[in-house]
Design a protein. Structure first.
Length: 435
């Protein structure tokens, strides 16, 4: 890449747990809720932004191309082009990666990139036979008698829709739910139920501490619902989570002996996150203070049945290309789709055979200490608004490195469909320097 690319700022909404019905915000509402305060604190006008790129998976009918709708509502101006990207769990990071490459190649100088998702607004879908009945009703050319004849084919089960989100979380090639792919990894790498539950408890405890210590300030901005309710924190955290409580939960996907439960899986959540990426020219022009530099990114793919190992493939390629090893990375953000999946990734890097045969290394890559990964919790306690999570982990990685003093970090995630994404980020120690 020819030009340096900087992360100069970012913000996200609280991640709000889905509780049985549509939440207070649509995907664009969420993007606007965190975008407005973020842009208000910048030394440039929204019209100065060259491009808006937004990740979103469950686009609702009223918000086609949510990136463009959000850009206009944020005041970026009619002249600012905007587009939406979709790569399942990697959508928010894909938005950042696309912005990174545009700026590095010289085509843009200032880009608003992020992700949004309102899983509570995921559609209900009619069954195929119900659709066929409805089409026969509407398409009948035999007059009222024909329509009456078609209506006679109605069955009560036509009124029971399919939850679109449930189908979206099922891989169409393997017909495995995402939780089932985590069960596969738990089996392959010997992850126990007790280990998965312990990891989940740790995630909740870490987020609860981050909230209590106010470590999320600046990153998290409040969201204001139309009824006046103020949402000012991630509301899925359970500070009282404990192994004995989680042990009482039944396995969801492979009862009775499975390892994956609702308690050690990511939560279904609504949320949005934006980052502002800038070239060195934009940094100088607007006198910006860069927080971090994007050094490299990688997208990898593998069998959808073991999609949870995507971070291992993608991050390892980043390390190889940069001449780095695991110990060179000060902090990691690995999206917590499932506790068993995260633990399987960590085990894969420690497995000599896997590293030789799959990663092309000379032996085991090594061990990532738990105090260097997901230091403030992750999707198990925060939630996983699919289109937003990739941007959230990249932004929080910067925030965490600023607090811990680390220089290099990797944000990485598994992606439904058998892919993985990773981004190598360097913290800028001298906050006034851009080089």
């Amino acid at each position: 890449m020819s030009r340096a690319v900087y992360i100069v700022d970012g913000a996200r909404t609280p991640f709000l747990k889905v509780r049985g019905g549509p939440g207070p915000f649509t995907p664009v509402d969420l993007a606007v809720q965190c975008g407005r305060p973020l842009l208000l604190r910048q030394p440039f006008a929204p019209e100065a932004i060259d491009q808006v790129i937004l990740g979103c998976v469950n686009v609702i009918a009223d918000e086609a191309n949510p990136a463009r709708v959000a850009a206009l509502r944020l005041g970026c101006g009619a002249q600012t082009s905007a587009f939406t990207v979709q790569i399942n769990c990697g959508s928010g990071m894909q938005a950042m990666d696309t912005a990174y490459r545009y700026i590095a190649d010289g085509g843009r100088d200032l880009i608003l990139a992020g992700g949004t998702e309102a899983l509570s607004h995921a559609p209900l879908v009619l069954r195929q036979d119900a659709l066929e009945w409805l089409a026969a009703m509407q398409g009948s050319k035999e007059g009222p008698l024909g329509k009456l004849k078609a209506a006679a084919g109605f069955r009560p089960d036509f009124l029971k829709p399919i939850v679109g989100l449930e189908r979206g979380l099922t891989d169409p090639i393997t017909d495995l739910g995402m939780g089932q792919t985590a069960e596969v990894l738990a089996h392959l790498f010997g992850v126990s139920r007790e280990q998965a539950d312990a990891y989940a408890v740790e995630s909740h405890q870490r987020l609860a501490r981050a909230q209590a210590e106010r470590w999320l300030e600046g990153e998290l901005v409040p969201a204001f619902a139309r009824d006046g309710t103020v949402h000012d924190h991630d509301d899925g955290v359970r500070p009282d989570s404990a192994p004995d409580k989680l042990a009482k939960l039944r396995p969801v996907f492979e009862p009775p002996y499975g390892k994956v439960t609702a308690g050690n899986s990511s939560q279904i959540t609504d949320g949005a996150c934006w980052t502002i990426l800038a070239s060195e020219d934009a940094v100088a022009r607007y006198r910006l203070t860069p927080r971090a530099k994007i050094l490299d990114s990688q997208w990898s793919a593998l069998d959808p049945a073991i999609m949870g190992l995507g971070p291992v493939l993608a991050a390892t390629e980043l390390l190889k290309r940069g001449g780095l090893v695991l110990d060179d990375i000060d902090l990691w953000e690995l999206n917590e789709a499932f506790a068993a999946q995260v633990l399987a990734c960590l085990a894969a890097w420690e497995d000599d055979g896997f590293c030789r045969e799959v990663l092309g290394l000379d032996g085991a890559a090594g061990r990532i200490a738990r105090e260097r990964i997901n230091v403030d919790g992750g999707a198990i306690s925060l939630g996983h608004p699919v289109g937003a999570s990739g941007a959230r982990i990249a932004l929080h990685l910067v925030q965490a490195m600023e607090r811990h003093g680390g220089e290099l970090g990797i944000a990485t995630e598994c992606i439904g469909g058998g892919q993985g994404g990773a981004m190598l980020i360097e913290r800028i120690a001298n906050m006034g320097a851009a080089a």
